[in-house]
Design a protein around this ligand. Structure first.
Ligand code: ZN
Length: 313
């Protein structure tokens, strides 16, 4: 599926939904019923909260004049965010290094202007839901979506529901052992050498002195093997704790050439034959994302659908 296929004629009579992916660098809004069935879209850079949320609100006002009125909306936001529905700051970004966004109410202004049920979750959990309905995890009810880019984040769908507790999961910060040939100190400001500290895009750039996309030749091969080793180490914890049916790897770093088969090999190796399931060794166990840049807004449409169903109860 390509991004160019987004604006297609609506081929069904399903109710119109709004999906808002509020990412740390860009915002992507879809009005439609799915990634293949949208009537309008908005893509803007994430600047200040006032300007960014104002542009989204303006977009909905213009669409309303055109007769495109959603019956529910979903927001998949960068974070950390407050997800406890009974918390006074539910729908807020809590503390983020992104200037100006700490303490921003993302949900409130959107809900006020649309006046419809609005679902809210993290961008990573949203992407997981999108992949679950239309992408690489379609038909499965327990899987993990791990995005590897500027940071590392994971969303777990367990028995069809995104796993939440006091906060969303922070899979990028699980502990990993140190690769025997690696003396890079790690760059997580909290844990130094956690999974994100050792295997995010910036960690690769720091370790090798070159961004991942510019590595070549023997250095690229060595970087891919080490990257696969760290990702497999993190996935071992995730696989043993959550027992997913599949793991989806998304994000820019996941596109390093040769990484996917290298992660599969390294995961089989680090699992050490336990519990010996053929599923863990299958090429279908660790797979690339299926929706690309549409996973976020598609997942936000799933959040909208859930909000609509919740409101009907
Ligand atoms: Zn960390």
């Amino acid at each position: 599926m390509t991004v160019d296929s987004v604006l297609s004629r609506r081929m069904n009579d399903l109710p119109l939904l709004a999906g808002i992916e509020a990412g740390g660098t860009k915002v992507f809004v879809l009005l439609g019923t799915g990634p293949d069935d949208a009537v309008a879209e908005l893509r803007i850079p994430t600047t200040t909260p006032e300007e960014t949320l104002g542009s989204v609100i303006d977009f909905f006002a213009t669409q309303r004049e055109a007769g495109n009125v959603p019956v529910a909306a979903g927001i998949a936001s960068f974070g950390p965010v407050e997800l406890r529905r009974d918390h006074p700051r539910y729908g807020f970004i809590t503390t983020t290094p992104k200037p100006g966004w700490s303490g921003t109410d993302v949900l409130g202004p959107i809900r006020a202007v649309l006046d419809v049920p609005v679902g809210f979750d993290t961008d990573v959990n949203g992407a997981a839901l999108g992949e679950g309905r239309w992408g690489a995890a379609a038909g499965l009810d327990s899987f993990v979506y791990l995005t590897v880019g500027t940071g590392i984040g994971g969303g777990a769908v367990v028995n069809g529901t995104v796993a939440h507790g006091v906060v969303h999961a922070e899979m990028g910060h699980v502990a990993v052992p140190r690769h025997p040939d690696d003396d890079f100190e790690g760059r997580c400001p909290f844990h130094r050498s956690c999974l994100e500290g050792m295997a995010s895009g910036p960690a690769i750039a720091d370790r090798w002195g070159t961004p991942a996309q510019d590595l070549a030749g023997a250095e690229l091969e060595a970087a891919v093997e080490m990257q696969a080793w760290y990702l497999a180490a993190g996935l071992r914890t995730i696989v043993y704790v959550l027992a997913p049916q599949r793991v989806i790897l998304g994000g820019g770093v996941a596109a390093m050439p040769g990484l996917m088969p290298a992660v599969r090999r390294a995961l089989i190796d680090t699992l050490g034959g336990y519990p010996g399931l053929p599923e863990h060794g299958s090429v279908d166990f660790v797979v690339p994302a299926g929706l690309g840049s549409l996973a976020g807004p598609a997942g936000a449409l799933v959040l909208a659908d859930h909000a609509l169903n919740d409101s009907a109860r």
